[in-house]
Design a protein around this ligand. Structure first.
Ligand code: GRF
Length: 188
């Protein structure tokens, strides 16, 4: 059996998708369990989504810590206690210090074709950019923001006249395939 911890900060649609696709399911003979969903944001909509799907949720509010490292220490402690084999960042909006990146095996989902458009507002910047393609990446987390080794990517053509909503919908759809597939690939 392999254990996953998911970190999220907001809407939690990828969190919900991961639970639906992976939790308590067996892939290539390996059972996967999502042992906790942890958020830094007490108001994250994803909390309800995880609870509805009967996954244990925890809030570790970053505002209650005096600095980044103290918050990261608490995160690492929780992830260690849960004995996670893999931690998945699904819309987790915090920069992580080496306290985290050196101690936790983690992957992140990013809505662009990395190394293009690292950081915030990637969907908007990628939509407005001159590139003929958009895409989604899953990569290992290291101490460079959105800069760790790429695990998998899917791209799509920006069609003439494509609206921003169509572009973001396409990204969401790809995210819902790419992230669970990457987790399965790593854990089984
Ligand atoms: C996703 O687009 C992901 O690529 C980015 O944050 C967004 C999270 O959305 N890192 P949701 O909270 O899973 O709906």
């Amino acid at each position: 059996m392999k254990k996953i911890v998911i970190l999220f900060s907001g809407e939690g649609s990828n969190l919900e998708n991961l639970i639906e696709k992976l939790h308590n399911k067996t892939f290539n003979g390996t059972e996967i369990k999502i042992v906790a969903a942890i958020t830094n944001n007490p108001n994250a909509k994803g909390i309800k989504k995880a609870q509805n799907l009967e996954v244990n949720t925890e809030v570790i509010d970053h505002k209650k810590f005096s600095n980044r490292e103290e918050f990261d220490k608490e995160l690492v402690k929780n992830i260690d206690e849960l004995e996670a084999d893999l931690t998945i960042l699904a819309g987790f909006m915090r920069i992580l210090s080496p306290v985290f990146t050196k101690n936790v095996k983690a992957i992140n989902l990013h809505p662009s074709l990395l190394p293009l458009f690292k950081g915030a507002d990637a969907i908007k910047r990628s939509f407005e950019g001159d590139e003929k393609k958009g895409g989604v990446s899953v990569h290992y987390v290291n101490n460079e923001l959105d800069g760790g080794e790429i695990i998998s990517q899917i791209s799509f053509a920006k069609t003439p006249g494509m609206s921003y909503d169509e572009f973001s919908e396409k990204i969401k759809k790809i995210e819902y395939e790419l992230l669970p597939d990457a987790a399965i690939k790593i854990l089984t």
